[in-house]
Ligand binder design. Structure first.
Ligand SMILES: [Fe+2]
Ligand SMILES: [Fe+2]
Length: 446
């Protein structure tokens, strides 16, 4: 600890609050986490995983640097998802790297504070909704907003009534979600007009029957924000049309699909976004063809059909903290779902051949510690690696809510972690597919 205290004191003007036990850390967080810009947590300390989990669960998670011994470095990285607000540092590494990381995390914190604008919404608006499509906050003070409903949560009406009885008449949403609420209102006034999203080529009627307009707009905005090229978006749209036709042809498949992709839940948004990400990456790869685009899109929509519930669908590997907190049965279910999906495909006509290995291997990883087979980077095909990289990107984008997205940092990190083989190639395609990345680079050159 002295080592880190000396390092931090040397470079930062900020006040440092050091604690000697994780429990002491918990207490300080409870008192008021907003006062902290950055947290340094030692992974090798007892209970540190709980501490990091508590930080991630805050209504506004604080960027954190996790310090870790050489031996547990990979374990630590796997325990927590790849998030822009987390970074890792090996004990007694070189001080410059330490400060690069600190600087990056502080920048993220500063950007977040700048960007966070809340808009007031009458509480009665939620009284009519079964679920919310965006995070909803309660205002505590001008500086402090606490999240009371998560995106895709069901609305607990008794909670709302309780708030109302305490004379709380308004809740708050983020600025961009507010613009969605307004659009929806306008649509309800002009109910005869067809809603318009940017996915012009997708059969709108079919798409609307599967996904809400709000979800389509969220994905459309993300696609624009990360700058996927228009041609790639069109190609994915065509593949999505074909996927929907597949559903029309098989009632069984459609029933299973509707059970997991409920139109407005995490799996829906996740699947929808992956189909665009894989399309855009494929466009930059030597494997570009409409057939491969379709294989990837079908995989995007069906890879998690055998999983019920958003909580399970977010878990990517066995080492994750959230996996370890599951019961044995749930763990087994999760470990089996790639296989079960493949079994399902064998009964359905029209599933592209390439979709099968992609779905089967979507929980494999670079190091070979994934499931079901433990295939490492040397044993994974280009299309599977492409899918897995797109899948990971989609998780990061979801977690950062797009607004706090630091795509460059995410891609840099992936490039470091995936130096070889088809994963390394796939990261290159992802870089080429996102315009923000190339713009940033151009700025650097200028
Ligand atoms: Fe999965
Ligand atoms: Fe997934």
């Amino acid at each position: 600890m002295d080592y880190y205290r000396v390092l931090l004191n040397g470079f930062l003007e900020a006040q440092i609050c050091a604690v000697t036990s994780v429990n002491e850390g918990f207490d300080i967080l409870k008192e008021g986490f907003e006062q902290f810009s950055l947290i340094v947590v030692d992974y090798d300390t007892q209970n540190s995983q709980k501490m990091i989990k508590a930080i991630l669960d805050l209504s506004a998670p604080i960027p954190s640097l996790i310090t870790v011994s050489n031996d547990s470095f990979y374990e630590a990285k796997k325990t927590f998802k790849l998030l822009p607000i987390l970074d890792y540092y090996t004990h007694y590494g070189n001080g410059d790297a330490f400060f690069d990381k600190i600087e990056r995390l502080l920048k993220i914190r500063a950007n977040r504070q700048k960007e966070r604008v809340y808009c007031k919404v009458g509480i009665e608006l939620f009284a009519q909704s079964k679920e919310v499509f965006f995070d909803v906050y309660l205002k505590i003070s001008d500086q402090k907003y606490v999240k009371v409903l998560n995106r895709y949560d069901e609305v607990d009406h008794s909670d709302l009534e309780r708030l109302y009885s305490k004379n709380i008449k308004h809740l708050y949403v983020r600025e961009r979600d507010f613009s969605f609420i307004i659009k929806k209102l306008i649509q309800s006034f002009n109910s005869s007009e067809q809603p318009v999203t940017s996915f012009d080529l997708v059969d709108q009627k079919e798409l609307n029957s599967l996904f809400s307009i709000h979800l389509q707009e969220m994905v459309s905005e993300t696609v624009q924000k990360i700058g996927l090229n228009q041609e790639a978006v069109e190609m994915s749209s065509i593949a999505i049309n074909s996927t929907m036709r597949l559903l029309e042809d098989s009632k069984d498949l459609k029933d299973i699909f509707m059970g997991s992709v409920k139109g407005d839940n995490y799996i829906s948004e996740h699947s929808f976004l992956i189909s665009f990400l894989t399309g855009a990456m494929l466009k930059e790869s030597p494997y570009f063809s409409h057939e491969n685009a379709l294989s990837l899109t079908v995989a995007a929509f069906f890879h998690d059909v055998m999983i019920e519930g958003d909580r399970l669908a977010k878990i990517q590997n066995r080492e994750e903290y959230s996996f370890q907190t599951l019961g044995i049965q749930e763990q087994e279910k999760l470990l089996k779902h790639p296989h079960q999906a493949v079994n399902l495909f064998s009964e359905i006509q029209g599933i592209p051949k390439q979709t099968i290995p992609i779905v089967e291997n979507h929980h494999e990883n670079y190091e070979g510690t994934g499931f079901p087979k433990g295939l490492d980077f040397k044993r994974i095909s280009p299309l599977c690696a492409l899918f897995n990289v797109a899948h990971e990107l989609s998780l990061c984008i979801y977690d950062s809510g797009c607004e706090d997205l630091n795509l460059k940092a995410i891609l840099d990190d992936m490039q470091n972690r995936y130096p070889l083989g088809n994963y390394a190639e796939a990261v290159k395609w992802a870089r080429a597919a996102t315009f923000k990345e190339s713009q940033d680079d151009q700025k650097k050159v200028a």
